[in-house]
Ligand binder design. Structure first.
Ligand SMILES: Nc1ncnc2c1ncn2[C@@H]1O[C@H](COP(=O)(O)OP(=O)(O)OP(=O)(O)O)[C@@H](O)[C@H]1O
Ligand SMILES: [Mg+2]
Length: 169
């Protein structure tokens, strides 16, 4: 399939049958997060990106409730590392984001998780880990984690370990 050809780098595909399973996966992979990492979440409306962000926050030890930051563009949470949660749904293009100073040096101190990261495609589309969601409603989600840089590799390994745990009878 065309999708396979464009992947490159280590990747893993997970199937998630519930929002909690998606949060659990995200919490598990967040344990390997390092300051400066950028995680891009891609997928349609209602695919599970915010559920993933909630679980990721849990894995970073964030105690605050994480919701979609649609109206603020970026929300910051305190955890083991600072978490910067962005939702670019309303952003027209990379130029807007850059003009607004969305990605700045402060984010080097923490982990940046971006919903609708494809809005940044082009000049500044750099993420370390890309997470692609397919499915919506009651459907089982197909979640592909792709390492885009060496920083992304530990996340893929953590997702593989999570899968092995989940599949154990
Ligand atoms: N396996 C699953 N993983 C994640 N969410 C699921 C799953 N099964 C059902 N859901 C439900 O699907 C919805 C996913 O919503 P969520 O806000 O995470 O989507 P989103 O990708 O962030 O959408 P948006 O683009 O609007 O921000 C939730 O209501 C959740 O309970
Ligand atoms: Mg969302």
């Amino acid at each position: 399939m065309a999708e396979q050809r464009t992947l490159g780098g280590p990747s893993v595909v997970v199937r998630s049958g519930s929002a909690e399973a998606t949060r659990s996966l995200a919490a598990h992979v967040a344990e390997v997060a390092r300051a400066g990492d950028v995680v891009a979440l891609r997928g349609d409306l209602g695919a599970g990106k915010t559920q993933f962000a909630k679980g990721f926050a849990r894995g970073l030890g964030v105690s605050a409730v994480v919701n979609s930051p649609s109206f603020t563009l970026m929300a910051e949470y305190r955890g083991r590392l600072p978490l910067f949660h962005l939702d670019l749904y309303r952003i027209a293009g990379a130029a807007d984001a850059l003009a607004g100073g969305l990605l700045d040096e402060r984010q080097q101190s923490g982990v940046t998780v971006i919903e609708w990261a494809e809005r940044l495609d082009g000049p500044v589309g750099g993420s370390d880990l890309e997470v692609r969601f397919e499915g919506s409603g009651d459907e089982v989600r197909r979640i592909a984690l792709l390492a885009r840089t060496d920083r992304g590799r530990p996340y893929v390994e953590a997702a593989q370990a999570w899968l092995e745990l989940a599949e154990r009878p």
